[in-house]
Structure formats: C-alpha cells, structure tokens
Design a protein. Sequence first.
Length: 370
Amino acid sequence: MAQGGRGLARIDGKVIFVEGALPGELVEIEMLRTRKDFGEARLVRVQEAHSERVVPACPHYNRCGGCNLQHASIGLQRELKRQVVEDLFRRMAKTTLPQDWVIQGGNPWKYRRRARFVQGKKGLGFHQENSHNVEVISECPVLCDPLQTLLSQASRVAVGEELQAFADSLDAVGLWNRDFTDAQLSTQKVDIMNRSIVCDARVFFQSNLELVPSLVQSVLRIVDTCVYPKLAVDLFSGVGVFAKFLQEHFAKVIAVEWNPGCLVHARKNVGENCEFISSSAEDYLAKLDVHSIDLLVVDPPRAGLSPEVRKALLQARPQRIAYVSCDPVTLARDVGEFVRNGWELKSAEGFDFYPQTDHLEMLVVLEPAR
C-alpha cells in the first residue's frame, strides 16, 4: 500500500499505482497513464483477493471522491495505515517511530459530524474523484444521522455552490455558505471531557467528535513530563480546544490564531486568563523568545509547518513540541528536519479520525537533544 490508499505494484521494475488494490492480491488492471518514473492504473478484476477484502457498504463507492478504503476491513485499514506511516518516516525523516506506537480508533461508521456538501441539480452530494462533477448522495454510511437527514431536505444553496455543515454534541446542525449572513450562522456546542466548547459551521472543528477526547488526553499526558509547567503556547489554536485544557496545568497559556472567527470562539472557550494573539505563526515566532516555552502545541493545516516556522523553532529550541498533524507526509518531512538538526522523536501516536479513507491524524513529541 502506498500513501494515498492505492496499491503499489511493479511491471518490469516500474512502479504502478493501482486504485482499489490491496497488498498481496493478483489483479487485472487497465493502464490509465504512464509517466517517466511511474504509471497509474485502474482495477478491472480481482483474481486472487486479500482475505480481509470486504464488500463496500456505500452505494456511491468508487464514484464519490470521499472514501477510498471501504474495500478493506477496518482492522486491515489501520494496519495498512501503520505500515504506510512507518515507511514515510523511514524514507523522508530518516528515522523510525517507536516500536510501541499505536493507532487509536473508534466507530468506523456514522462518525463524521462535519461535511462540505456540493449542491447538484438533483440534490446535495460530493465532488466525484478528480472531478468537478457532483455525485448526488442518497445515503452516506460515514455521516452521522443528523447530517444524513440533511441530504433529504430542500436545497439551501444554488447549484454548484458548497454548503458546510456541522452537527454538534446535541445533534444540532449548523450550516454555512459564503453567501450566508452572520445572522444565519448559529453557535454550536461540543462536549469534550465534560467541558463545553463553542464553535460554528464556518470555522474548522474536527469531524470525528468521538476521538477528540483521546487526542486531548494524549496531549495532557505530555504535560506530566514538563518539570516546570510555566508557559504553554497553542500555535494554530483554532477555537482554543488545547488551550482550554492546558490552562488548568500551566501558569500561563498563549493562544495564537490568525482566523478572527476562531478567536471569537476561543475567547469564550478559554477565558480571559489566556493571552490571545491574532497573528500568523511566522510573525508570532519572529518576535518571541521561544526558548522560554515549556510546551509548544502545533496543529497546522495539511501543508504542515512552513520553512520559516521550522527555522524559527530550530533556532529558538522550545523545551518540548507536541506536533498534531492531519498529513503524515508533511509531518515526516518536518520531523526529518528536526531530527537532522539534533532533535529527538520521543513518542508517536495515531488517531483514526477518518475510517474508510487513507487519512490518519498523528501526534508526535519532539525534544531538543540535551
């Protein structure tokens, strides 16, 4: 299995990526395109199947551009993700993950509480894979019931327009489209470890609420390794989830976020005893003595840490970095640069936030060599 969920084969030594194929299978393929170093093919027929191959549960599978691993059992999915991540770290970071690292998982179905729909001519759906065409969805087995119900309701936006939807802990569904007014945006509540977090459908929030507490608890376990828990910084803080829990353990917490909508919620979630800074990560780090930070939590977008942020952190050497990543590729790239500059990878953990897809959330802890 290659990163991205495709099977990897070789023909006359040339790498061929096969969508829908599993390791160890004998398959018949049709070549789609051939490049200098690799080729891409589609699966025509499975002649010898993997013992963990299953029938996809979704009637739109292979047309919708969302899930790409429904043809594998959930156990095999997580094992393949583990192998892919370990391979990425060996090749890109030139290091190995701890042997005892694990992937935490929850319900493989009806877990998704956040979705970006597209309005088709005959209803809501998702973009087809590598296409702007809309696959109108009759049912989606990874959506929670409130979002599933939304599929059968009347159109809220024009054809071709996107509609963001979020179902909170109370099953209240909030909607947002770029043409919506602020008055149409409802505040929603998420319960995490008996604490209430407010947000809305316009800002980012994890779509798998079942696993968020596990991620928060893993970050808090890192706090126990801080000898002098004085200052924690939540970089890319969003609506302040990590900052809210860190403030109970540190003398001072700073939340850094450039999105003004996120900061509005963060001030409500964390309280005024936290210092809020509206800034990009690059601008913030350029003005700060990061060496004074006991714990730096970074949760960047899929692109990972920019070269400027990596350079600033390598120079300033905070005491400890908890790196939360939604893309193992950019995570391995960034960790590799830290390792090459004398940092140590102390621990790693995976969180299967997106079952039935190749995506995996990761948490790694980095410390400068003493």
